[in-house]
Ligand binder design. Structure first.
Ligand code: BG6
Length: 484
């Protein structure tokens, strides 16, 4: 869908996110002919750079990150023409007139993308207003984390809300831009097959795993103030859980979808301190191996001791009519055995097996939604083992691997979301009340952990996390799903 001409003003323009994700994503949209003539991308950061130096820096990163088959110098040169740069210290009240001179007078849609530390969101918005840069057609995108607890999230939302209306605020969670995450909505609500079974009568439990092989690398400074619960669970994993658990929205539009997600967040059973102890596991990686190479532990990477968790596993409950009694097991961590993000819906076993014992075990059905890598959907069914030798049962997958089935490039999550902002489509962005409801649920866990002030459980880099996370699910007679 074509978009109107725009000015994208990226604060934190020389940062990791802008160079690794945002600019390559906009380049890909340009390559697909989706960026209109006259659209401009303006990087803003403290460093002193000329437009040419900025474009060159962006080009070096893009060349490294974009697959060679998708990077061509001609398209990049066209894209680079759209780039410009303004050096500005956003903590100071000086220098905003230079930015104003670049963007003022244009009738394009203006998007301010705040890829900075969250405590700068409020001050940046105030300075934008003071410089006369905010109009009805302006939008602001807030990167996560929005705060570090409920109070700071509320403060930030309030400060931003003093300048922008809620309809102008786009709180991005890039997991909602992932192809398979949206496919989960198609699977649930464009098929009649699943919805009648999508409840506690037929589903035994749900697992959500987001495992990474990378460590904290260059982001140790930020990460150590955050940890896996704030960095991944409060946003990405809870958003995935909402999409699995929500009631069918009346329409696929921003308020209908977000109303239903909010109801799920409000139905999460609050964790009392004793439940935090028994239902959550924190881990921190030690030196080990990743992708065949030796890697240092978290403490070595950080250069000092730390109580921050790089892994978390938890069992939680959604207290409503549909899900009562169905556990949701979540886990996420850095330096794990392999990069895998998936949602597993484990159905209940058949109520009664008609087959003789020597036919083999009847295993319960399992639906696996793979977010990355190798995106797709796999349904584990029981079938008769092919051949003439009597009736033996065995599990077999019904597999839809998107790359094989559709032969199209799977776009990065940011590609869709960045242009959704220009289109004014907020369906895949978080509303203020959602972010605050997520913090409300997470906060007692953070507090209980803080009170105990314990080291997280160690796990060797390249494994599936601390043994306690395996025990967390196995003591319920279940196992984490691991597919080879
Ligand atoms: C970010 C986190 O939001 O998501 C990172 O801050 C994490 O720590 C990243 O590595 C994971 O995103 P993806 O798309 O690579 O799964």
């Amino acid at each position: 869908i074509p978009v109107a001409p725009f000015d994208y003003i990226v604060f934190g323009g020389t940062g990791d996110l802008a160079l690794r994700k945002l600019l390559p994503a906009l380049y890909q949209r340009d390559r697909d002919g989706q960026i209109p003539d006259g659209a401009r991308i303006i990087g803003v950061s403290r460093s002193k750079l000329s437009n040419e130096e900025y474009a060159q820096k962006a080009g070096e990163w893009a060349k490294k990150l974009i697959p060679a088959a998708e990077f061509d110098a001609k398209t990049w040169a066209r894209f680079a023409e759209r780039l410009s740069y303004v050096g500005l210290d956003v903590t100071s009240s000086e220098g905003w007139e230079e930015l104003a001179a670049v963007v003022e007078g244009s009738t394009r849609i203006r998007v301010f993308y705040l890829a900075t530390a969250p405590d700068l969101f409020g001050p940046i918005c105030r300075s934008l207003e003071k410089a006369g840069l905010v109009s009805e057609d302006s939008r602001v995108v807030l990167e996560k984390p929005i705060g570090k607890d409920l109070a700071s999230a509320k403060r930030i939302n309030q400060e931003v809300g003093a300048v922008f209306n809620e309809t102008q605020v786009y709180r991005i969670d890039h997991y909602l831009g992932k192809e398979t995450v949206q496919n989960l909505l198609a699977l649930r609500f464009a098929n009649s097959l699943f919805e009648p079974l999508w409840n506690s009568s037929w589903i035994d439990h749900v697992q959500i795993t987001v495992a990474e092989t990378v460590g904290v690398e260059g982001r140790a400074g930020y990460y150590d103030t955050s940890g896996a619960l704030r960095d991944m669970v409060q946003n990405h994993l809870l958003q995935l859980l909402c999409l699995v658990a929500m009631e069918p929205p009346v329409h696929f539009d921003k308020d209908a979808v977000r109303d239903e997600k909010l109801k799920v967040l409000r139905a999460l059973k609050p964790m009392e301190p004793e439940a935090v102890l028994s239902q959550t596991v924190r881990g921190q990686y030690k030196g080990g191996a990743a992708n065949g190479a030796a890697v240092p532990g978290y403490i070595e990477e950080l250069g000092r001791d730390s109580l921050t968790e790089s892994f978390v596993a938890m069992k939680l409950e959604v207290e409503n009519w549909r899900w009562a009694g169905v556990p949701f097991y979540l886990r996420t961590g850095k330096r794990m055995h392999q990069k895998t993000s998936e949602i597993v819906i484990q159905f209940r076993p058949v109520p009664h097996s008609i087959f003789p014992k020597d036919s083999g075990m009847v295993e319960a059905n399992r639906l696996v939604v793979r977010l990355q890598p190798n995106e797709g959907i796999r349904m584990h069914l029981m079938i008769k083992d092919p051949g003439p030798g009597g009736l033996r049962l065995r599990p077999a997958p019904l597999d839809l691997t998107f790359a094989e089935a559709f032969k199209v490039r799977s776009p990065d999550a940011y590609e869709r979301l960045l242009l959704d902002v220009v289109r004014g489509n907020a369906t895949l962005f978080m509303r203020r009340d959602e972010v605050e409801a997520a913090w409300t649920w997470v906060e007692p866990i953070l507090e209980a952990w803080q009170r105990r002030s314990e080291h997280p459980k160690p796990y060797t880099a390249g494994t599936w996390g601390p043994a306690a996370s395996i025990a967390l699910i196995e003591r319920d007679g279940r196992t984490w799903h691991e597919e080879v």
